[in-house]
Design a protein around this ligand. Structure first.
Ligand code: ARG
Length: 479
């Protein structure tokens, strides 16, 4: 094997399998070829290799396929071995002024930014699904819950917007992390830089990075960029698991608020009537797996001394797993939510259940009679304990008992009572910023549409920067 021959000699299969990252390295195979190309172009431009050697190595790189690589500790060694077998000893100039340490850190960042761009795009699609559904349900009354108990009426639009806004924050977190991911460690070599006259700015630009991870020791040894992304994924998955949980609850017989499309349901091997929300259940579960990936990665990085340590190899697969689980969950829940059939009648019938208009009754007593809120709260609390919606007489007698006030004598009419107990007027009244009144949710939705367009645009700019750089790099030697 390429790297052991002169220093260490043979290795056993068991030890090689133990130290090898080849299984996970398929995630960085094409990134590694890009890194090889950029490094070679830079070596050529700095006159560190001849045109002839440059061309023959580039030709070899053009021919390399993952399936044809031989054994090796990792994809970097396997590619170099293949270059040597195609080019001969002159192929060994490719590794001038670099190490696998800066190479792997660069590859992870390249593969990760691709995944992040794809995830951010998928996340915006889920965001759009939430706001599109919300746009057609600004008037659909639903019960709002606290402690999973009926609390106050709201609308389906207001509820969906709450999820949407959380997803938009997840997007900004990822976008922010992207600015720290898309930096080039290349040229740091093992950790101590190199005595060759390399040009780090050139490889940075050729690979579409926005800047350098400057300190060469930091460049090879830090994985906080990856921990940060995994943290963002864990937070995103936590939000997704909340949506999943609601899809599960709301599709039960007890709630009956929605029915999932059959595509996203499974049945039972014994109970033929079952339509189970398995996709949403797995989304809820995968949130746990992503949190696990984050915790594993943190635990591996904790207390690692400077600079590169092989422990770092063990971190990367957690990143890929976390990304796979998160991306699929975003896509599945997007489809699941978009195709769910909301039972508007059941939602509206349930909106006023559990005396959920009690807060508005207390608020109305305050507004009309001028009594302090706490007094009104006690009056309505006593009425609630007795069970049902009050008549005017009951309201008067309970108020007298508690505060020696008769609302009917303070201008509170039967019409006021009816209005206070009506879920729709409860919602209409709540028109302050961020509230569920239709006009306010419509305003919020319009603002979210604008933010969606802005987010899509900034994503497009990032993608085209990366694509342009890659296209130029791939065509470099054809010029
Ligand atoms: N496969 C290794 C990793 O993922 C690449 C770097 C190996 N470097 C070394 N000096 N052993 O981190």
């Amino acid at each position: 094997m390429l790297l052991r021959d002169s220093r260490l000699g043979e290795i056993s299969r068991d030890v090689l399998d133990y130290i090898s990252s080849r299984t996970a390295d398929h995630r960085i195979f094409s990134a590694d070829l890009l890194v090889d190309r950029a490094h070679l172009v830079m070596l050529r431009e700095q006159n560190l290799i001849s045109l002839q050697v440059f061309e023959s190595i580039i030709q070899a790189i053009d021919r390399i396929q993952e399936s044809e690589l031989g054994d090796g500790e990792d994809v970097h060694e396997a590619i170099e071995a293949q270059v040597l077998s195609l080019v001969g000893p002159e192929g060994g100039r490719m590794h001038t002024g670099r190490s696998r340490n800066d190479e792997v850190a660069t590859c992870i960042r390249i593969a990760l930014r691709e995944e992040m761009l794809a995830l951010m795009n998928e996340l915006l699609s889920l965001f759009e699904t939430c706001i599109t559904l919300a746009e057609s349900h600004t008037e659909t009354l639903i019960p709002g819950f606290t402690h999973t108990q009926h609390a106050q009426p709201t609308t389906l639009a207001h509820h969906l917007l709450a999820h949407a806004d959380a997803f938009l924050r997840d997007f900004s977190r990822l976008e922010d992390a992207y600015s720290r991911v898309n930096l080039s460690p290349l040229g740091a070599a093992a950790f101590a830089s190199t005595g060759f006259a390399i040009d780090r700015e050139t490889t940075c630009r050729l690979l579409g990075f926005d800047g350098l991870v400057e300190n060469s020791m930091d460049a090879v040894s830090s994985r906080d960029f990856l921990l940060e992304v995994l943290s963002d994924l864990a937070i995103l998955m936590t939000g997704l698991s909340r949506l999943a949980e609601e899809l599960i609850l709301w599709s039960t017989q007890e709630f009956g608020y929605l029915e999932l499309d059959s595509l996203y349901a499974s049945t039972s091997s014994i109970m033929p009537q079952k339509k189970n929300p398995d996709t949403a259940e797995l989304a809820r579960a995968k949130a746990g797996s992503v949190v696990g990936a984050l915790v594993s990665a943190l635990a591996i990085c904790k207390a690692l001394p400077m600079s590169y340590n092989r422990d770092l190899q063990e971190v990367t697969p957690h990143l890929w797993r976390g990304l796979d689980w998160t991306r699929s969950t975003v896509r599945i829940l997007d489809g699941c939510l978009l195709s769910a059939k909301f039972n508007v009648d059941a939602l509206e019938a349930s909106a006023g259940a559990g005396f959920s208009t009690a807060t508005e009754l207390a608020d109305s007593l305050v507004r009309i009679t001028g009594m302090p809120f706490r007094t009104a709260h006690r009056i309505v609390g006593k009425i609630a304990a007795a069970g049902s919606h009050p008549t005017m007489q009951e309201l008067d007698s309970v108020s007298w008992e508690i505060a020696e006030i008769r609302p009917s004598e303070k201008g509170f009419t039967f019409g006021d009572l009816e209005t206070a107990l009506d879920p729709r007027s409860n919602v209409n009244r709540r028109a302050a910023v961020g509230g569920p009144a239709a006009a306010e949710t419509t305003r919020m939705l319009a603002a979210r549409r604008v933010r969606l367009a802005g987010a899509r645009q900034s994503l497009e700019i990032k993608r085209s920067c990366v694509e342009k750089a890659q296209e130029e790099l791939l065509n470099y030697h054809k010029k």
